[in-house]
Design a protein around this ligand. Structure first.
Ligand code: AMP
Length: 138
């Protein structure tokens, strides 16, 4: 299905829910996140409704990625930042709340205090074990 009636992002694309739009082309739409991790935090989405970026066909995914490459430098410069994080929360357990595929562009400055994720460590042999478990699926 192209549009989901009760999807907040589909309704933003339709213009039924207001948003601070920064970009639009035939396949892609981008707007500011209403609850930014940093000011200028932007969401880039396909116009067609896919729950996850994993569901997106190659052409849509590459259109969104091309748009990210255009938009990210503008987000950085426009926000007075130095760099950016590009993020995807894929699935509920990973923090995905809106089930319409989207990419977060988060402008970053040195020492801005934003902690994206903590880092742990492997027990001896564990890294090899995880590598092998992943390889077995691939
Ligand atoms: P995620 O947790 O990856 O699903 O991210 C969804 C994002 O959408 C969150 O960062 C929300 O702040 C953002 N969001 C939800 N509703 C709106 C809205 N109406 N306008 C702009 N951003 C929104």
């Amino acid at each position: 299905m192209m549009v989901h009636e009760d999807c907040v992002f589909c309704n933003i694309i339709k213009g039924d829910i207001p948003a601070a739009k920064v970009y639009e082309d035939e396949k892609v739409f981008a707007f500011l996140d209403i609850a930014p991790a940093q000011k200028g935090h932007t969401l880039v989405i396909p116009k067609v409704h896919y729950e996850s970026f994993m569901d997106m066909p190659k052409e849509e995914l590459s259109a969104v990625m091309e748009a990210v490459k255009k938009i990210a430098p503008a987000v950085v410069e426009g926000s007075g930042a130095e760099a950016f994080n590009l993020g995807v929360n894929n699935g509920e357990a990973a923090g995905q709340v809106v089930m319409h595929a989207h990419f977060h562009i988060i402008p970053r400055k040195k020492d801005d205090g934003l902690q994206m994720w903590s880092q742990g460590k492997y027990e001896p042999e564990e890294m090899e074990e995880y590598k092998n478990r992943i390889l077995a699926v691939l």
